[in-house]
Design a protein around this ligand. Structure first.
Ligand code: GLU
Length: 293
């Protein structure tokens, strides 16, 4: 019988070092680690530090310390996004060359003022699933000559995906395969709800969405296991993967842990930090129990 080589399953935990890890991160990291072990696959670690204003070496050191304390071992080398900006730039250039992104010149303040003026009449401005107002259409409709003139003038700009053109270029409905704690099966992707998402800013050369799809492909990730808060963002990731010709991983969006106030845990909540558990002399086994594992 012919042996068909099986792709080795690869899982990744991808925290941002912009605060201390909390119990929700522990859940995500342990699930990835344990699912990789069960599938006889690899467990990779990626440091998502594109936002250089908020990420610090201390928080990054805290991630390694916390994960080690949890008893997790990951495959080296760790991929640090700040070391791979050229890879994200290259992906952006591909989209620029295909005329699927455009330079967006409105500042955050200008967008905010525009939305406030519109909503003063009592009509709601459209928002994405995270509640962020969609980017106004101004820059999308500019002619090439005007775009070139504004770019040449040195005006600060971001690059945004022209959602309508991008969806047309994707050439048909998009889906992903989901096995998590919410809806499962073949999920239809609807990136249009996010509007013209930002892929690069003047102060951060790549966005989360762009770098995550490039990295998952470069690292050969077959299984993306992460919190349900990123369920809807998967629509954007499937669109970018399709446009850039990148492989489609399987997705598993796990339950979120809530604080005593019923809200999603955040990095500012010291009492649910992994380091705090460590300081209080609790064991990793106790932490596993606390998060229902
Ligand atoms: N860096 C993201 C976070 O810390 C996770 C991204 C992902 O798993 O795709 O929430």
């Amino acid at each position: 019988m012919i042996e068909i080589p099986r792709q080795k399953p690869k899982f990744r935990f991808a925290p941002s070092p912009n605060g201390p890890l909390h119990l929700g991160h522990a859940l995500s990291a342990i699930l990835n680690h344990d699912m990789a072990a069960k599938a006889d696959g690899d467990f990779l670690l990626r440091i998502e530090d594109i936002d250089q204003t908020r990420c610090t070496p201390d928080f990054e050191a805290g991630i390694y310390a916390d994960l080690s304390w949890l008893g997790l071992r990951w495959q080296e080398p760790v991929r640090r996004q700040s070391e791979h900006f050229p890879a994200y730039q290259q992906a952006l250039q591909t989209l620029i060359a295909r005329d699927l992104v455009y330079p967006a010149f409105l500042t955050r303040g200008e967008v905010k003022a525009r939305v406030a003026a519109f909503e003063a009449d009592g009509k709601p401005w459209p928002r994405d699933p995270d509640g962020t107002p969609l980017y106004p259409p101004d820059d999308r409709g500019r002619g090439d000559a005007e775009r070139q003139r504004l770019l040449a003038s040195g005006m600060k700009h971001a690059w945004r995906l022209d959602m309508e053109r991008a969806m047309a270029a994707a050439g048909g409905p998009l889906h992903w395969q989901e096995s998590g704690d919410g809806e499962t099966g073949r999920i239809p992707a609807d990136p249009s709800v996010w509007g013209d998402v930002v892929l690069s800013r003047s102060d951060a050369p790549s966005s989360y969405h762009l770098s995550v799809v490039v990295d998952d492909a470069v690292q050969g990730i077959t299984h993306v296991v992460r919190g349900l808060d990123l369920f809807h963002a998967t629509s954007i990731h499937r669109l970018l993967q399709t446009l850039l010709g990148l492989p489609e991983p399987l997705y598993h969006h796990h339950r979120l842990l809530l604080g005593s106030d019923g809200k999603k845990l955040s990095k500012s909540m010291g009492d649910t930090g992994i380091a705090e558990w460590r300081r209080q002399g609790l064991s990793a086994a106790e932490l596993r129990r606390r998060i229902g594992l």
